[in-house]
Write a protein that binds this ligand. Structure first.
Ligand code: RI2
Length: 303
């Protein structure tokens, strides 16, 4: 898929999920490099710059998108020949997609040992491939009896989660977001996805995740974010806060149903402060929020 097609599908959320959008952006850059038919290195690099800006602008919150693009472009501008620039970009893209896809199994392997008591359920919100991988492993190891999946207004990505878990044979119960406190006594652990991990260990994830984390704390339920290292804020952005994406109000209500004089506000992510996060499951191990900066320096250096 080319740059424009990919960008539109990420914007309208046909392609969604922090990991998936990063992989598709990387594949779109690979498509650009493979299909460039000119013979001018400067022109090739200028086109690449424009493509990167277009892709990154599609979803402002997920740093995975920025990092996926930067890791795909790494070193390409330093090449002196068109063909070597093209080949390096293709190699980077293949390596990034391999890293992203292989992270799920590695994260999953840490899940079972983190569950503090058996005989209860896990809880999750939205639809995170990373969190689902960990949840499946915890269930298969007999550590949880099933999952409460929050519906996740406004776009109801929880429906994708219940379908994926049911297909995998994991007992799953759909709840409205506001039922999370009611069910929490039957929950032993929360596994959440991550769109961005800020350098102080704050987790940015789907709106409602902070309420989930506060509620879990009230019931002494540990909260683990499932976060591949390419979702960490890179050293070049250390200390910055990511922008919280505001999406169209028609995701909440059809404009014709809206009474006159009423405003609608649709922030789609929120920030969970580090003190509400028990641990962060990455493909390189389970870490504490205080270790985020050092991991970022080790794995995202130079971007
Ligand atoms: P994986 C999603 O964002 C959700 O917030 C989810 O928790 C996060 O990306 C991570 O998903 P959206 O695209 O990378 O639905 O684990 O706004 O699949």
């Amino acid at each position: 898929m080319n740059i424009q097609e990919t960008s539109v599908k990420i914007e309208d959320m046909t392609i969604r999920g922090a990991g998936r959008i990063a992989r598709h952006a990387s594949l779109a850059l690979k498509d650009y490099a493979s299909s460039y038919s000119g013979n001018d290195l400067e022109e090739f690099l200028q086109g690449l710059d424009k493509a990167a800006v277009r892709l990154i602008s599609t979803r402002p919150t997920a740093i995975s998108l920025f990092n996926g693009v930067q890791l795909t472009l790494k070193g390409v501008k330093e090449e002196s020949e068109l063909e070597s620039a093209r080949q390096l970009l293709i190699k980077n893209s293949d390596a990034f997609c391999e890293l992203s896809n292989s992270a799920y199994g590695k994260m999953a392997s840490y899940g079972p040992d983190l569950v503090p008591e058996t005989g209860k359920k896990a809880i999750t919100i939205c639809n995170s491939t990373a969190a689902i991988s960990v949840i499946k492993a915890a269930y298969q190891a007999g550590k949880i009896t099933g999952v409460y999946a929050c519906e996740t207004r406004p776009k109801k990505q929880g429906l994708i989660t219940v379908r994926e878990l049911a297909e995998a044979g994991v007992p799953v119960t759909l709840i409205v977001d506001s039922a999370m406190r009611y069910v929490m006594p039957q929950v032993s652990i929360a596994f959440i996805g991550t769109d961005s991990l800020e350098s102080d260990g704050s987790v940015i994830n789907k709106i409602g995740t902070q309420i989930l984390a506060v509620t879990a704390r009230d019931f002494n339920v540990p909260v683990y974010s499932c976060t591949e290292t390419y979702k960490f804020l890179p050293p070049s952005k250390a200390g910055q806060r990511v922008q919280i994406e505001l999406r169209p109000i028609d995701e909440i209500i059809a404009p014709e149903e809206l009474p006159d004089g009423v405003e609608v506000y649709n922030p789609v992510f929120d920030r969970v402060p580090p003190e509400l996060i028990t641990g962060i499951i990455t493909e390189v191990g389970v870490i504490k929020p205080s270790q985020v900066s050092s991991i970022s320096e080790r794995y995202l250096e130079g971007i």
